[in-house]
Design a protein around this ligand. Structure first.
Ligand SMILES: [Zn+2]
Length: 654
């Protein structure tokens, strides 16, 4: 109304309360044109929505154009890069559906960032429909028949160039800030901002900040990294993080960390003090009409190392990366009733293997309490109870671990071996790992370059390739960190107590979890120890018992005690061929007779005892002793030898 008055328009009969159609009719009756206004406002520096609208409406009134408030479309906080803007969508609908005479906007750059898009919009959406377009501040009016096309093109190109220069300036300024150690973006969990009062203020007049380690979050992260490295599944770690109300990104939905963010958290290089800038760069895709985040080649990424921002050591970090790389190892098949606590034999089913078809075992039977070969076509079928099998193998391991003198000797030997040729070998391995890491770095660069050049096609596939190469490199980085740690540890002298403590820890882990009552921290740790000590593979043989229906189950594995202990102590595994021989255990308790058969045979044939004597010693009676002796041959499929003449105790009188 104010603008109309100052433009000398007669407002008699105008009623702002009636519907838009009636007001438009009134305007047409007065010989006025009808117009629409579009404004966009994205940063505080640009002229705000109010200013833009006022300028447009005043300009319209001066040109005898009536703009009903219903025809004003506004985008706020929207970047000009995105064409999916609600206000713009509404504007398009009005242009298409309403009888308009004039379209007004404050500046051409309000429409789009790119010149060709501005031109296309004005030409196709406005002028083609017979509507006049006016850009108030740019002095563009399509009623100016010849000149407007050129003006729109030039103006648009100039705006575009300015936007790009500004973007480059912003980026350069950020690189500078990054090198000075200032915060240039959102900080990940584990870090917080520390204000530097003496630094110059930001463009928005806010104080600058540097990142620092958040001690509480860092403590929690270290705990979780330990858990994951020791064998806790990622999903369980994440559940605990959420349950403990662990910190999360303030932008996270629902105020809790997502599983994917948890994964990102524990694989973030910032945890070991590596900060990168410019890993991705926004690039405008004209064809697709939006910006894409293009990963940049490693050479152009700015890297800084800040020891004071380290949260975990390299060795632990890369051990966790290795776990992430290995994935779930088929453990996702674990079926567990809701609320039932996790027990150690739930976590090691995949260690058992079928000797016939080499398939691993899977939960079977009632409630998944047993396990069998996962191959449905396998001829050699049989089932063992998982709990029984675990206990049998664990008992054997405990027994082996208590023969510690031998292990002590071996560990001492490998500790000594490091002084001489060990050092050279270690350095050679370090060089080899470094070579592999560099090689993979070049491969990643190449993949990134290919991905950034591909404007169409399947980007998921390329992303997967890059991820895979990065994971492979993480494996080498872990081994490098371990080797470096070994080289450092060379000067350390290993004590007998240290080895004993490790052996005792393994024994107690197996003992405590065998009962099924240990807490989850111990369970995951024990499962990892079990896996390591059995070298991750137990062959399960089902042997038929001659003349019996049920089979017996035998577990055969090569214990890797020395390797496991060495690893635990941070020693480089001995390279000389210390191949342990395989051991056998009954995975299913054999029938009494079978169990004592071998012992009875020994007593009878080697110790030359009589069955009565044997029966007394074993407390089973002479009849059973005799049967057990026969069974010893039956089990091996051998004929019973000639009965020897009685050398035993004479019959009792009477
Ligand atoms: Zn099989």
């Amino acid at each position: 109304v104010e603008a109309a008055v100052s433009a000398g328009i007669d407002l008699s009969g105008f009623d702002s309360k009636v519907p838009a159609e009636e007001r438009i009719l009134w305007a047409r009756g007065r010989g006025l044109s009808v117009g629409a206004v579009y404004t966009r406002y994205s940063t505080p520096r640009q002229r705000s929505t109010r200013d833009q609208v006022r300028a447009c409406v005043e300009f319209a009134a001066a040109k005898k154009v009536f703009v009903p408030p219903e025809f004003i479309c506004i985008d706020e906080g929207k970047s000009g890069r995105k064409s999916r803007r609600k206000g713009l969508q509404r504007m398009l609908a009005i242009l298409r559906e309403q009888a308009l005479d004039v379209f007004l906007t404050f500046m051409l750059s309000r429409l789009f960032r790119k010149a060709h898009q501005c031109y296309r919009f004005v030409d196709e959406e406005v002028v083609e429909r017979g509507i006049r377009a006016i850009c108030v501040a740019d002095n563009i009016d399509t009623n100016d028949k010849g000149g407007w096309k050129l003006l729109v093109s030039i103006k648009g190109a100039m705006d575009e160039a300015q936007v790009e220069t500004t973007a480059e300036q912003v980026r350069n300024a950020q690189v500078g800030l990054f090198h000075e150690g200032f915060v240039t973006g959102a900080l990940p969990v584990g870090f917080r901002r520390r204000i530097v009062p003496e630094a110059r203020l930001t463009n928005r007049g806010l104080p600058r900040a540097v990142p620092e380690v958040d001690p509480d979050a860092a403590k929690l992260i270290r705990q979780h990294m330990e858990w994951i490295a020791e064998g806790m599944p990622i999903i369980e770690g994440w559940r605990r993080w959420v349950a403990a109300n662990g910190p999360c990104d303030p932008r996270a939905t629902g105020g809790r960390m997502a599983l994917e963010s948890y994964r990102r958290l524990i694989s973030n290089e910032k945890l070991i003090g590596i900060w990168k800038f410019g890993q991705k760069r926004s690039t405008w895709s004209s064809k697709r009409d939006y910006t894409r985040q293009i990963p940049q080649p490693e050479a152009s990424i700015k890297v800084a190392r800040y020891e004071h921002l380290r949260i975990v050591d390299d060795e632990l970090f890369f051990r966790v990366q290795e776990r992430l790389r290995q994935g779930t190892r088929g453990r996702h098949k674990v079926r567990r009733k809701e609320g039932r606590p996790v027990v150690v034999w739930d976590l090691v089913t995949d260690i058992y293997h079928c000797p016939d078809c080499q398939h691993r075992f899977q939960q079977r039977g009632e409630d998944g309490q047993s396990m069998a070969c996962a191959n449905d076509e396998c001829k050699r079928r049989g089932m063992v109870r998982r709990r029984e099998a675990f206990r049998a193998v664990a008992a054997k391991l405990e027994e082996l671990l208590s023969h510690d003198q031998e292990l002590l000797d071996q560990c001492a030997k490998s500790a000594i071996a490091r002084d001489g040729k060990g050092d050279e070998e270690c350095r050679a391995q370090i060089a080899e790992e470094q070579r592999q890491i560099e090689k993979l770095g070049r491969k990643i660069d190449l993949l990134v370059e290919i991905a950034s050049e591909n404007t169409a096609g399947n980007r998921e596939e390329e992303k997967a390739k890059i991820r895979l190469a990065k994971q492979e490199r993480a494996g080498h980085q872990m081994r490098l960190a371990q080797l470096m740690a070994c080289e450092q540890a060379d000067r350390k002298v290993l004590t007998v107590e240290e080895v004993r403590a490790v052996l005792a820890e393994f024994r107690s882990l197996l003992e405590r979890t065998g009962s099924g009552e240990a807490g989850p921290e111990v369970v995951y740790k024990a499962a990892e120890a079990f896996r390591a000590l059995t070298d991750g593979r137990i062959m399960v043989h089902f042997d038929p018992r001659l003349g019996r229906k049920r089979t017996v189950a035998r577990g055969v594995f090569v214990p890797a005690l020395l390797k496991t202990v060495q690893q635990k102590l941070g020693l480089r595994p001995a390279m000389d061929g210390l191949t342990a021989s395989s051991v056998e255990v009954w995975l299913r308790k054999p029938p009494q007779l079978d169990a004592m058969a071998e012992q009875v045979r020994q007593m009878y044939e080697v110790e030359k005892l009589g069955f009565r004597e044997i029966g007394d010693r074993l407390g089973c009676g002479s009849g059973n002793a005799c049967l057990a002796y026969r069974r010893a041959y039956e089990m091996r499929g051998l004929p019973l030898p000639e009965r020897r003449t009685n050398l035993g105790r004479p019959r009792k009188a009477g």
